[in-house]
Design a binder for this molecule. Structure first.
Ligand code: GCU
Length: 666
């Protein structure tokens, strides 16, 4: 018995397309047929079609040279581009690279798995070019097998400080390649002692093997690096990026690492953040640190992905001037343009930390001369721990569509990270991932839609949340239209429902500090993390305007003026930017306090409704999936009820203002 689910590479029997004769033959051209990615693609195609349609396709290879029309444009993107067309007697997939052929194959398999007609889908020719050059998953897996903010079991990369490679590893590569992922960081950004040894002889053989498996599916292996490796494992007493001995040590080390792991893409670095070492310790800048490493890895085509999550995590809660939201911009904007071209700054979507609602980080649209990568989180650290259903793709769509006004046109976050705005070569999107060794990989089966969806969206930012949800359900749960619609209707509103029963109007937090699950309105209020709601008996919110911390002014106009003015600021973020009386009227016409009551009562009711809809699926879908999600829903409802009652009671007690509708407040 398999110890894990096949999800969207399960290839169950399908009825549609059985009379499509073209599926009997595939013409693959452009890429080298000896390329191991092409070989894997052919294997996948055969496995998938045999299992779904009982077809054993004949494979014919065309010219290895890329067809003229798909070679123009920017090199890095075009190499992963593919085109699918129908010929009289076959399906033709063309691409310049093995990866493109593989993506083309997965496109066909997806079409078959979703029971869409091959004829209609490809008759006019379908040409797809990935939206983002880098589409990455960041694992926060520790060497002892635990996962930081992991909600679906233990690591499948590490057990007891050893790297594990087995069938699951290969299937993982297939699964994420199927949605277009092309880079994976396998270890936690918090590189603790044991993980520092990943770049030593002890792990090279395993990493080489892993890197090769990934490479066979067009995925590059990346590692999180301990910035202070010179001290931790190098025997030096410094990690000063300008110190000659430090530089010499890194040169030798990188030569060894890239020789031993030839497929390595580079490193992800969390420096000077939440206690991690970094260049600040030596009075140096983030630029000094990033460039030192980048210069050394350049000759191996390596890249350094440098995180911008740098802020003061030892704040005094009494201090209203210091604002954690400002920190990313304050730390990184002044040196825009100073980073070398194989450095990418990785920026969390919001200025705080993956809350259910945050404004977009002003670094996105601020930085103009630096490679940028967007970091989102599909691990549901603050969004329900993969207990509560929270389909995050609608949120990611909002983020990508945000107009930064950094240029007259092509100025959305999607434009910036794809390289369209500033013509960057190294850029893209990464998600802190949500997988573990649970049978279904993601704890709650429906959280699989976030893994699936993140990859699909990173590859094609134009896809809608609904299309993606439908694909996920069709590929992994059911073909029955009613069932599909019912599950899609659970997924689509789930993020807003989660938002309604948790923290209101963009203020965030109010979670249990120890776990980040469950309500604790004042959990972070008197702590050192810079995450306050500042509620008193008159009002709530953080003044981040020109009269407060000034954060709103970090945006380009007209966003800065919009956020700075409570009359213009969108309701959903109004408490992030403003401290307002409970009686303040929102655009919706409701007062702040009534909004809090209404959304919490409604959010809890809506969660109950979602659960009801799910329970109706009994007998219509696989029992294991049904039971798994049902059990999660039971816990979600307990959680939602606690949030609803605690938030409402807290604000009633603070404000003394009763609910207009007279509902029960404790
Ligand atoms: C959050 C999270 C940490 C994580 C950090 C990061 O603070 O709680 O576990 O290490 O983000 O993104 O580096």
């Amino acid at each position: 018995m398999k110890t894990y689910a096949d999800l969207w590479i399960g290839y169950k029997e399908r009825k549609a397309n059985r009379d499509c004769t073209q599926l009997g033959k595939f013409y693959l051209s452009g890429a080298d047929k000896a390329d191991k990615i092409v070989k894997n693609a052919v294997e996948e195609l055969k496995t998938g079609l045999k299992a779904m349609l009982d077809v054993e396709p004949k494979i014919v290879f065309g010219e290895a040279a890329a067809p003229e029309e798909i070679t123009n444009g920017k090199a890095i993107l075009d190499s992963e581009e593919y085109r699918i067309s129908l010929r009289e007697d076959c399906v033709a997939i063309e691409s310049k690279s093995g990866a493109g052929i593989l993506y083309g194959v997965f496109d066909v398999l997806r079409t078959v798995a979703c029971e869409k007609e091959i004829g209609k889908t490809y008759a006019a020719g379908k040409r797809v070019r990935p939206a983002n050059p880098l589409r990455m998953l960041d694992h926060w897996d520790n060497m002892d097998g635990s996962i930081e903010r992991g909600y679906s079991g233990e690591s499948f990369f590490y057990v007891n400080n050893e790297i594990v490679i087995n069938e699951r590893t290969r299937d993982y590569a297939r699964m994420i390649a199927a949605v277009g992922i092309n880079g994976v960081v396998i270890n936690n950004v918090n590189v603790k002692q044991a993980a520092s040894y990943m770049i030593t002889d002890r792990y090279f053989d395993k990493l080489t093997e892993l890197g090769e498996i990934f490479a066979g599916y067009g995925i590059r292996l990346f590692l999180s690096l301990n910035y202070a490796s010179t001290i931790e494992i190098g025997g030096l007493d410094s990690a000063d990026p300008l110190d000659e001995n430090v530089i010499a040590w890194w040169k030798d080390k990188m030569a060894e690492v890239f020789r031993r792991i030839p497929t390595l893409g580079g490193f992800l670095v969390k420096a000077d953040s939440e206690g991690r070492p970094g260049p600040f310790t030596y009075g140096r800048t983030q630029v000094d640190g990033a460039n030192m490493l980048a210069d050394i890895v350049k000759e191996y085509n390596g890249i350094i992905i440098w995180r911008c999550f740098v802020y003061n995590c030892r704040q005094d809660w009494r201090d209203k001037k210091t604002d954690r939201a400002r920190a990313g911009y304050d730390n990184f904007m002044p040196m825009d343009g100073d980073y070398h071209d194989n450095v990418i700054l990785q920026i969390k979507n919001g200025p705080m930390d993956f809350q259910i609602r945050e404004p977009i980080s002003p670094l996105l649209g601020g930085l103009k001369k630096t490679n940028q990568m967007l970091e989102v989180q599909i691990a549901q650290e603050y969004t329900g721990h993969q207990i509560d259903v929270c389909y995050l793709i609608p949120e990611f769509k909002e983020i990508l569509g945000f107009k930064t006004y950094c240029k007259e046109s092509d100025d959305t976050v999607a434009d910036i990270i794809s390289g369209n705005t500033f013509e960057n070569r190294y850029c893209g999107i990464a998600a802190v991932t949500n997988t573990g060794n649970d049978f279904n990989w993601t704890g709650n089966y429906l959280a699989g839609a976030n893994l699936y969806g993140f990859g699909r969206l990173a590859f094609g930012t134009g896809l809608s949340s609904k299309e993606i949800a439908e694909e996920f359900v069709r590929m992994t749960i059911s073909q029955d239209k009613e069932v599909v619609d019912q599950i899609v209707n659970i997924l689509l509103p789930s993020r807003e429902i989660y938002e309604r029963y948790t923290s209101p109007l963009g203020i965030g937090w109010m979670v249990q500090p120890a776990t980040h699950y469950g309500c604790s309105v004042d959990g972070y209020e008197y702590d050192r993390w810079g995450t306050y709601h500042r509620a008193d008996h008159l009002g709530i919110g953080v003044d981040r305007t020109d009269k407060g911390t000034g954060y709103a002014l970090q945006y380009n106009e007209p966003n800065a003026s919009m956020y700075n003015d409570p009359e213009k600021c969108p309701d959903e973020l109004v408490l992030f930017f403003h401290h307002l009386p409970y009686t303040h009227k929102l655009h919706s016409g409701k007062t702040v306090i009534q909004h809090i009551y209404d959304t919490h009562f409604e959010g809890y009711e809506e969660a109950r409704q979602l659960a009801k809809e799910w329970y109706q699926l009994k007998g219509k879908i696989d029992d294991v999936i049904f039971e798994n999600v049902s059990e999660r829903f039971e816990r979600q409802l307990i959680n939602a009820r606690e949030w609803c009652d605690q938030v409402n009671s807290y604000f009633f007690r603070k404000s003394g203002i009763p609910d207009e509708k007279g509902r029960q407040i404790w």
